[in-house]
Design a protein around this ligand. Structure first.
Ligand code: CTP
Ligand code: MG
Length: 242
């Protein structure tokens, strides 16, 4: 459901990580937040944004059937947005590469971590809006609250970058599909997709991020996410009167 009928936005959802830092018994994307797996929250948000035409999830190979069942059982199975599940890879870049191979129909690609389960649909729409105004690579970013220091192997500080120029980068990251494919063709490792696009000399535009798009990485993040979902559920319950 995009504004331009020639545009086809495919969201790739990396969900194939092991969740080592979270330490749960299941791969992280399958760990529940407020009763639903992170993966389901992430897909719900993408669908609710109204700017995504298709979703491709990259799951651990042994979880592919489970992922398909989870998604089929949800209300969004009734939505007209196709959701496919493919096998991810050993590193996040391998997973994204697997998603790219399954998204030949895309004119634009969003890469959105399942671990950013509570990302507001408005942020997803903001990234796609910036793509439609002509930016070829778009990332959401937030000012950093902490002072960041560069530190060498001996533990000594080598520099303190000006914090006002720094942004903490989130997902979804949005790209012109041809640009992202070109960047991935280099075969370099990277912690985010925009880093690969920067490596081929293309410019990357930053739009305002959202605190709710935080990545669930460790146990503290999971506690925060569960609390937030519980608060939202209470907030949406009609008040009992009389
Ligand atoms: N991811 C992936 N394939 C991998 C590694 C990560 O699809 N080989 C996904 C994760 O499922 C997650 C996102 O990339 O949605 C961000 O990765 P991260 O937060 O690091 O998740 P994990 O790799 O699962 O966690 P950890 O690094 O603690 O093991
Ligand atoms: Mg990881």
């Amino acid at each position: 459901m995009t504004l331009d009928s020639t545009r086809r936005v495919v969201a790739l959802v990396p969900a194939a990580g092991r969740g080592v830092r979270l330490g749960a018994s299941a791969p992280k994307a399958f760990v529940p937040v407020g009763g639903s797996p992170m993966l389901v929250h992430a897909v719900d948000g993408l669908i609710a944004s109204g700017v995504v035409d298709r979703i491709v999830i990259m799951a651990p190979i042994e979880m592919i059937d489970a992922a398909r069942e989870l998604l089929a059982a949800r209300a969004h199975a009734a939505s007209s947005i196709p959701v496919d599940v493919v096998a991810g890879g050993a590193e996040r870049t391998d997973s994204v590469r697997a998603g790219l191979a399954a998204a030949a129909d895309a004119t634009h690609i969003l890469v959105h971590d399942a671990a950013r389960a509570l990302t507001p649909p408005s942020l997803i729409a903001r990234v796609v809006d910036a793509l439609s105004t002509g930016h070829r690579a778009v990332v959401p970013g937030l000012p950093v609250a902490d002072t960041i220091k560069a530190v060498d192997a001996a533990g000594d500080v080598t520099g303190t970058p000006d914090r006002s120029e720094l942004r903490a980068i989130q997902t979804p990251q949005g790209f012109d599909a041809a640009l992202l494919r070109e960047a991935y063709a280099l075969g370099l490792p990277a912690t985010d997709d925009a880093g690969l696009v920067e490596a081929i000399g293309a410019s990357v535009h930053v739009v305002p991020g959202d605190a709710m798009a935080f990545k669930i990485t460790g146990p503290l993040d999971l506690r925060l996410a569960n609390t937030l979902v519980a608060d939202m559920t209470v907030g949406s319950t009609p008040a009992v009167t009389g």
